[in-house]
Design a protein around this ligand. Sequence first.
Ligand code: PBG
Length: 325
Amino acid sequence: MLQRPRRNRKSAAIRGLAEEIHLTPQHLVQPLFLVDGMKKKNAIKSLPNIFQLSIDQSLKEIEACLKVGVASFILFPAVEEKLKNKTATYSYSSKNFYLKAIKTFKKEFPEICLISDVAMDPYSSDGHDGYVENGKIMNDKTLPILAKMSLAQAEAGIDILGPSDMMDGRVGYIRQALDEAGFTETSIVSYTAKYASAFYGPFRDALDSAPKSGDKKTYQMNPANKREALLEADLDFAEGADFMMVKPASVYLDIIHVLKQQFPIPIAAYHVSGEYAMLQAAAKNGWLDYQQCLDETLLSIYRAGADVIISYGAKDFADNKKRKA
Ligand code: PBG
């Protein structure tokens, strides 16, 4: 045998020399679920170790993440039912605690990167990402609402807007609204290939944001489709997206790979709530090692081509890496 691949695996030092990729915390984003009020740290049943946090508690969490090298955060609001309505007006109200949170975080920690969520569902009495009329999600009537939400977040100082709604044309619509208002430096990470996935279950528990009727299949993508992701990506690229996202991540590695090869902007991947909850549940039963399986999952997402990985395990990954170093 002239080729014996095992020779390059015979010691930790040689394995180190031959190691092809190295995932570091600078590529990771920690999601934060925000609630109004003070001193709140509410557990989320289906997301172990993840909490709904009030602004004061979030500041502590941000500090803990910064200590281990995670400097980017994606923010989601848990909104009281009584503040929700058909047109999601609370999303751009000056009273919205989410906008206050953005301002406070950037003031306390100017070095961090904040990513928002642009979609109606946390604020919508229908629990859909778009405006609902006679049971239908109305694409073009949703766009102005998304633009108002985006401008309010830009005004509050967000670094990157994250439209997660999957309405057609929203990236271009938001980009134009931003530029007209002078927010030329506000970036957009488009949820380009967001699939209609059952892995979002725990997230909807966290925000109490599940659709009140129907499902999201008329706007989120069919899990069977790969070429359609290229169409979405062409549109988002042409409309001015700065980053493109694939979501979920570990069960859509082929989509991450193809977008990375075909588009010259950074690719983000969202390791979603259900993907994280599975690891936690198996670990709780003693069936899997949480830390090792998390590390392997995030490494796989990175190897497939993701430049940015959003994961509920971001801090755990970074913390473990620091302890091992
Ligand atoms: C909704 C939104 C969802 C997630 C992020 N933004 C859920 C959905 O589309 O129903 C899911 C994230 C996760 O599961 O961790 N705009």
